[in-house]
Design a protein around this ligand. Structure first.
Ligand code: C5P
Length: 403
């Protein structure tokens, strides 16, 4: 994801400095070229050798150390960088940058760069809440510097409060969001539905399906990376929320219907990867149903959300999913027309590596004209981008728009 990108990781002197080693390692695994600049106090907490080994680049700690190249180091790195990430960022470093002070290698290089800069603050909670620090953060944000908010918890000093370095995965996520992809879906509002629905029978039981929500979450994340304004309507899943995605949690198909209708009015794209239950119990019992010898559950039909949606908005790009266990192409072709979709993504649930729960999928895509594209097994994350590529093409055709 970060191949060819040059990232400068700035490490300041706080106990969370050791976590920056994990950050460097994760950025390297995503194929970024990583350079580390440490402040002098950071080098008291963790050895530059750790970062040198992980980044496979010489670590800079001192403005006046013997130069190893003819280039003026802080200028060349500042120019080369696609992004700076300062983790942990101390109150001191935030204060210096906010006030235009460059008195060490890191602050000087940050002052000299035109690349995006991400701060991941970590400090004592009282320090973080200090109005001066908060004012510096607000000021930097107003100048388009990025911040990954620290977490809440027990801090190294023993205090409970906000000040823990954000999770390394969240910092990486922000980096990818900023430089990982071209923003080719900017200005599009994309509504994605994900996960199963739960249709209550009584206070302890419900009807559901095996959907994990992974495909829908992958699409929502990919759309966000590509600059779209994303709304995710999700049934119950075990997945972590996606930072920066407006997420609406629902349980039943009726709730999903209402949420989709409410939020899709101004959406340019609707991608319905949710596995919506076609039926729900006709009645929800107030009390737990007692054991009996024979028992029937009368069912009634749920609204078809996609079908209802297609009656409302013509200009939207609508994508449906089709999960089948046989006659995949036949059903998918029927559905694309019946539900008035632009594209259907069809997968055979019985194929190994496809469908519910797994991280991969094997799909065929069928458009309104009936053209079929078959794809080999691939990660749902990768497939999400291909679906969005097709969506982008369809959107451009429909709107004669440049994106
Ligand atoms: O007809 P079928 O349920 O196979 O169609 C699947 C597609 O329709 C999926 O995109 C699913 O999210 C959507 N769907 C819906 N409302 C329903 C059932 C399915 O929007 N009640």
């Amino acid at each position: 994801m970060l191949k060819g990108k040059v990232i400068v990781v700035g490490v300041c002197g706080g106990i969370a400095a050791y976590k920056a080693a994990d950050l460097v390692s994760k950025l390297k695994k995503l194929n970024a070229e990583v350079h580390v600049i440490m402040t002098r106090s950071a080098a008291e907490f963790i050895s530059p050798l750790t970062f040198q080994s992980l980044s496979q680049n010489y670590v800079i700690t001192d403005m006046f150390q013997e130069p190893r190249t003819w280039e003026i180091e802080h200028i060349s790195l500042a120019q080369k960088a696609d992004l700076f990430v300062i983790a942990p960022a101390t109150a001191n470093m935030i204060g210096k940058v906010a006030n235009g002070i460059g008195d060490d290698m890191l602050s000087t290089t940050v002052m000299a760069t035109k690349s995006p800069v991400v701060f991941a603050p970590a400090m004592n909670c009282n320090m973080y809440e200090n109005p001066i620090v908060q004012q510096n953060i607000k000021y930097l944000e107003s100048l388009s510097y990025h911040f990954v908010e620290p977490g809440y918890g027990r801090l190294a000093c023993g205090d409970m409060g906000r000040g823990k370095l954000a999770k390394v995965d969240d910092i990486v996520e922000r980096v990818i969001e900023i430089i990982g992809y071209p923003k080719d879906l900017k200005d599009l509002k994309v509504l994605v539905s994900a996960g199963p629905t739960r249709e209550s029978l009584d206070p302890v039981r419900f009807i559901t399906n095996y959907s994990s929500g992974k495909m829908g979450y992958a699409i929502a994340r990919a759309a966000k990376y590509r600059g779209a304004d994303v709304v995710l309507v999700t049934g119950p899943t075990a997945l972590e929320p996606i930072a920066g995605v407006d997420t609406i949690k629902v349980n039943s198909a009726i709730e999903m219907y209402e949420a989709v209708m409410e939020h899709s009015g101004d959406a340019s794209v609707v991608i319905k990867s949710a596995a919506v239950s076609d039926y729900r119990p006709a009645a929800v019992h107030e009390h737990k149903i007692k054991k009996r010898d024979d028992f029937n559950i009368p069912l009634v039909k749920n609204p078809d959300i996609l079908l209802e949606l297609s009656k409302k908005a013509e200009n939207q790009v609508r994508v449906g999913f089709s999960m089948e266990t046989r006659d995949l192409e036949k059903y998918a072709r029927e559905k694309v027309l019946k539900k008035n979709l632009d594209l259907i993504v069809a997968n055979n649930l019985l194929q190994q590596g496809a469908g519910f729960g797994v991280d991969t999928n094997i799909v065929k895509m069928i458009n309104r004209q009936g053209d079929i594209e078959s794809f080999p097994m691939m990660a749902k994350d990768e497939l999400a981008h291909i679906i969005l590529d097709r969506v982008r093409e369809i959107y451009k055709e429909k709107h004669q728009a440049h994106l």
